[in-house]
Design a binder for this molecule. Sequence first.
Ligand code: DX5
Ligand code: ZN
Length: 228
Amino acid sequence: MSYTAKIGPSILNSDMACLASECTRMLECGADYLHLDVMDGHFVPNITFGHPVVECLRKHLGLAPFFDMHMMVSRPEQWVKPMAAAGATQYTFHLEATSNAGALIKDIRESGMKVGLAIKPGTTVEVLAPWASQIDMALVMTVEPGFGGQKFMEDMMPKVSWLRTQFPSLDIEVDGGVGPDSIHKCAEAGANMIVSGSAIMSSDDPRSVINFLRNACMEAIQKRSLDR
Ligand code: DX5
Ligand code: ZN
């Protein structure tokens, strides 16, 4: 099995006026990567930030941190080059937002970034399958994208299990309402990249929450490898 458990805090519900220090705090608490939520007020009914902010974050945080850009935008084609230039590591776009995923995947790769492919709760997982061999990560949304702090949708777990069975070494991410109460469901289904926003951000001990999430995931990975 080639994948490992990784925890990526979402800074959506952090103090956005102190974004760089909030990111640094997460990395110091053991975050494996940063999940950065880009919203355009069109694909989702909310606005966050774009590539100029990512460029500033990269300058503040240095080259090492992995930036997973969750692009909740219409026309994701538009931001590939600006995000690559700003220092994004992975460009995770929504399958619902494009009519030419193949060309977009190629463009992202040629720009030097990894490729993530996301689906909203209403999208069936089978539509992801044709792209699975061309992407680095599949993101199964466990809330309707747009806002932090929503309730985890357990009924998305069959999508994760299906992907894990079909694509045993693919990185599979879950995002939305994930925290200590829901992590076991995600881990058992086969998710290995865990986005968690409010559960980490609202805790007075984020390090413990991150460790808890990672341990739950690692245990499930070990169990799966023994079962094989
Ligand atoms: C929702 C975002 C998520 C969100 C996660 O649209 O994509 O990344 O910030 O936050 P929680 O964990 O609070 O649901
Ligand atoms: Zn997200």
